[in-house]
Ligand binder design. Structure first.
Ligand code: PEP
Length: 269
């Protein structure tokens, strides 16, 4: 399997930024500035801005995502938001972001159940994995990411299910998120290969090579090239820079070059 058949995806994670008053305008401006053929664009605003952002993007090709969903569909979970509550507005969901693992003690098994809930309600999941700085420094980055995936896969198997076939994985080294530090493109590429191999070993044998793997961690218009130059990387999950229209324009423009090159590659075959 080569990269030619995988889509190029740029997903914006706005985290806990914007208000319903300014989110729609920002979404609108980003959509207009990033209208590049061949790139799948997703914006994940805070929940309270979902409706206004969905309206703003209704006549564009930009999709709306959420930053998280609960693992249960309904119930006594005060303050939580579930997949069936958001499907009117969103078609994607981030799952297992490191800030949720850190602040809400989300573990790999719980994240596995969230992936399945996404599949049940038609949300395309972006599963985030990545190592801490001390794990990379100790030479255990690959072991960490493999373990995260294996534990998630084990939970999916435990409940008698299979991973969603539209799964996207984001490799996000935790030390690179919001820090201005980035991984090396070559390291991210090694990790993308490991991710597909682990999914393949874990029973996604048919589709593992097709799973898009994004890089996330302080991506900007100045650093995106490092990652998209790697054939194993299929796009980016962008945090801080995704709040800036010019940055998103630059990132998606670079992604458009990769999409065009892949398309040309498939035509030559
Ligand atoms: C993220 O939130 O997933 C992320 C990668 O953030 P940042 O780009 O700000 O590092």
């Amino acid at each position: 399997m080569n990269a030619g058949h995988r889509p190029v995806i740029i997903a914006a994670n706005w985290k806990m930024n914007t208000t319903p008053l300014d989110a729609a305008q920002l979404a609108n401006d980003i959509a207009a500035a990033t209208d590049v053929p061949g790139v799948i664009r997703v914006i994940c605003p805070p929940y309270v801005s979902l409706e206004s952002v969905a309206r703003a993007l209704a006549n564009t090709e930009v999709s709306v995502g959420v930053q998280n969903v609960h693992s249960e569909p309904f119930g006594a979970f005060t303050g939580e938001i579930s997949a069936p509550m958001v499907v009117m507005f969103a078609t994607w969901s981030i799952c297992g972001h490191s800030e949720r693992r850190r602040d809400h003690a989300e573990d790999d098994a719980l994240i596995g159940r969230k992936l399945l809930r996404c599949a049940e309600f038609g949300l395309r999941p972006i599963l985030c994995v990545g190592e801490q700085l001390d794990e990379r420094q100790a030479g255990r980055a690959e072991e960490t990411v493999r373990r995260q995936l294996e534990l998630t896969l084990a939970e999916v198997r435990r409940v008698g299910a299979v991973l969603p076939d539209d799964l996207v994985v984001a490799y996000e080294p935790v030390w690179a998120i919001g820090t201005g530090l980035t991984a090396r493109g070559s390291d991210a590429s090694v990790m993308a290969q490991l991710i597909r191999r682990t999914l393949g070993d874990g029973g996604v044998s048919e589709g593992a090579a097709q799973v898009p793997v994004l890089y996330g961690g302080s991506v900007t218009s100045a650093t995106i090239d490092e990652f998209l130059a790697e054939p194993d990387i299929d796009g980016a999950l962008v945090g801080g820079a995704s709040l800036k229209v010019d940055e998103m324009a630059g990132i998606v423009a670079r992604a458009g070059m990769t999409a065009a090159a892949r398309w040309a590659g498939t035509q030559r075959r």
